[in-house]
Unconditional design. Structure first.
Length: 281
């Protein structure tokens, strides 16, 4: 009975953290129009080509809502090239009774430093003890555009081919996320987005990212479907960015996650370096 209850919980929560990254979660995943680190691989692959340096990211949530059985981890790597940016990553979720794994590869293209497009291919497996296993292949696409030097629009379409596991439809979510991001000041970014899962109501997402001092960022966000409040901090020093986030779920309570991003050949503030690379004053 315990295992059955856990499996039911997995099926209701399994895709809740399709968009990893402690920074992203602290912003309630409202940053579809920002997407400026290696975890863009999972959140909006178009943003990868805003970054002109190599980057590795690791994300881990050890016990969501106090349950180690829901532990999930992600790793991602991006490499800028003359013809665009390539990225690869993976995910694991669950434990011996219920396990999901995913391998992702993505390509992002930068057109005139104003328009960005990305596509990702996912190889996703699921295994349930005593029930067997299955796999699926599906695609994600994303776009990002600078409307002005400080205002961006972005969108992300998850599972555009509506792949699923087994014979049941929509076991893998079909989700569209679109929104804007505005640099109110050099140190303060506001994000707003609307997310639509075809099986659920629209969700409004909002997040604030503020560089409090040179090496410390504070963040907060909320969404309404489900009702969720989030917050976090980022410690940014040299090539390292260490991020922590927590969020509250209306039914499941509080959970924590942590992420580490290593940015090679990067010296300075991320926002400032991206603006310099794109020729934005």
């Amino acid at each position: 009975m315990k295992y059955l209850s856990l499996i039911l919980l997995f099926t209701s929560f399994t895709f809740a953290q399709f968009n990893p990254g402690a920074k992203q979660i602290s912003l309630a995943n409202s940053d579809v129009a920002t997407s400026n680190d290696v975890f863009s691989l999972f959140n909006n692959p178009a943003g990868l080509s805003q970054i002109n340096w190599r980057e590795i990211g690791i994300y881990y949530s050890p016990a969501p809502f106090g349950l180690t059985e829901l532990a999930n981890g992600y790793v991602a790597f991006s490499e800028p090239l003359n013809f665009g940016s390539l990225s690869v990553g993976g995910m694991t979720y669950g434990y011996e009774v219920y396990r999901e794994s995913r391998i992702v590869g993505a390509y992002s293209y930068n057109y005139q430093n104003k328009f960005f497009a990305g596509i990702a291919i996912n190889y996703h497996t699921v295994s349930i003890q005593n029930y067997g296993s299955d796999y699926s292949i599906y695609f994600n696409i994303g776009g990002l555009s600078y409307l002005t030097n400080d205002l961006r629009f972005g969108f992300y379409f998850h599972n555009i081919n509506r792949a699923s596991f087994g014979k049941e439809k929509d076991q893998i979510p079909v989700v569209i996320n679109s929104g804007i991001s505005y640099d109110l000041f050099a140190t303060l970014t506001l994000n707003a987005a609307v997310e639509k899962d075809i099986k659920h109501k629209n969700s409004f997402l909002f997040g604030v990212d503020y560089d409090l001092i040179e090496y410390l960022s504070i963040r907060t966000g909320f969404s309404n479907e489900p009702s969720k409040f989030s917050a976090g901090i980022g410690i940014n020093y040299s090539i390292l960015s260490l991020d922590y986030a927590l969020f509250t779920h209306s039914d499941l309570g509080l959970t924590h996650q942590v992420g580490l991003v290593i940015s090679f050949d990067k010296d300075g503030n991320r926002k400032e370096l991206i603006r310099k690379f794109l020729g934005i004053k």
